[in-house]
Design a protein around this ligand. Structure first.
Ligand SMILES: [Zn+2]
Length: 404
């Protein structure tokens, strides 16, 4: 056991002063330092500096680490233009991100205070780096393929990646499943994957309603996606309607990424099924997609969290930056309350969505915590300042281990 004594603790929108934490892999007790030292004598004590603020480690629920090679290769501003540029640069993107590039992306997340991430893995090339990462990892093996003739081969490949991830035996690593999107996965494949999710109680995620092209294709088998599907995949109609797609997930508590084009009925379904929406504001902006209607999500009591998406549609994997962009994108949201909600979206609410015992500084929770160096004593508007000032992250603890 160890004791850490920061100047301040910020958790669940509450600021605590001069409270220390006794911890092992889990948080044992929060109390004034003298009380803890009496109860647990002869324990290592780390006393932090003035104006140090300890908070839960950040959780990035959606990132594509395999696509970390992109800097300026991809075209931004329009979803279809971006997609074509991904296809055109596919070899360079995938081949260009070797083990070193993947590990660097993971290390950069650690430095910016991310102690847990959800890796969407298209090819399994990031498995070994995620196995060796210091962070907790929910490893989402992604299933993709809309052509029925290819279904068996694609499913076999998916199963072998899933099996490889199940072979990773370390604390804080969780094999999971991603269904790419309604337009790109054949219902036969979706149903087979969902059987595994149910039988093995795995976490599940999918992209949903990211672009107008997706909306038009699913609604009418028309729009900007038509040429893409007809020419590249010889498909004239969408493999699922959006209603049908969402209904596959009834009862599964799925994390749905983007959701910026969802309609009233779809949001109601998402609410009824306690799905979580993953908000990636930088990705949405760069790909010419809409801004997520968070007000409507709140009206419908839908849990939402904040994530970076991959470096194929972002310039850094930093949740403080992501929160700041969101804060400025939602100009009509009440500033302080929205800042608090954003912080919940990278801590407690993200932990809940991923089903992990973390995201809070509380007895019994996993010891995932970071220390920020504030400029001075925090005030009632701390949530805003955390997002605006990008304070230095000086220490990072994951499952009780000091990693920075
Ligand atoms: Zn994504």
């Amino acid at each position: 056991m160890k004791i850490i004594s920061p100047n301040y603790i910020y958790t669940n929108n509450t600021l605590l002063s001069d409270i220390a934490i006794a911890y092992e892999k889990k948080i044992i007790k929060l109390a004034p330092l003298d009380e803890l030292t009496k109860e647990f004598p002869n324990v290592d004590i780390e006393i932090l500096e003035k104006n140090s603020l300890l908070m839960p480690g950040l959780i990035n629920a959606h990132v594509h680490i395999e696509f970390s090679a992109n800097k300026t290769e991809l075209s931004y501003g329009d979803f279809m233009g971006w997609l074509y540029s991904v296809i055109e640069n596919r070899e360079e993107l995938i081949g260009g991100c070797d083990a070193g590039c993947i590990s660097k992306a993971i290390e950069n997340m650690l430095i910016s205070g991310i102690t847990t991430f959800g890796a969407i893995s298209s090819h399994g090339m990031d498995l070994s780096a995620c196995e060796n990462a210091k962070q907790n990892v929910v490893f989402f093996n992604e299933l993709i393929g809309s052509q029925a003739t290819m279904a068996d081969a694609l499913f076999t490949d998916f199963l072998s990646r899933l099996d490889a991830s199940k072979g990773v035996k370390r604390d804080g690593f969780y094999p999971a499943i991603a269904i790419h999107s309604p337009y790109s996965v054949h219902p036969v494949l979706i149903k087979k994957a969902l059987r595994i999710v149910k039988d093995e109680n795995l976490k599940l995620t999918a992209h949903f309603m990211e672009s107008k092209a997706e909306r038009d294709w699913l609604d009418k088998s028309d729009g900007d996606f038509k040429e893409f599907f007809v020419n590249l995949l010889k498909q004239k109609t969408a493999v699922s309607g959006s209603k049908e797609f969402l209904e596959y997930f009834n009862g599964y508590n799925t994390l749905l990424t983007h959701v910026v084009e969802a309609n009233e009925d779809e949001l109601q379904n998402i609410s009824n099924n306690n799905h979580t929406v993953i908000h990636c504001p930088i990705s949405n902006r760069l790909l010419g997609n809409k801004t997520l209607n968070i007000k409507e999500l709140n009206n419908k009591n839908i849990n939402w969290v904040v994530a970076t998406d991959g470096l194929s549609s972002n310039y850094k994997l930093d949740l403080f930056e992501e929160m700041k962009i969101s804060l400025f994108s939602h100009g009509d949201a009440p500033l302080l309350d929205f800042a608090k909600a954003l912080i919940d979206g990278v801590t407690i609410n993200a932990a809940k969505a991923l089903g992990l015992n973390t995201g809070e500084i509380k007895e019994g929770k996993n010891t995932d915590m970071i220390v920020l160096d504030l400029d001075g004593p925090p005030n009632d508007e701390l949530a805003i300042h955390l997002i605006l000032h990008r304070y230095n992250v000086s220490k990072v603890y994951i499952n009780g281990q000091k990693e920075i």
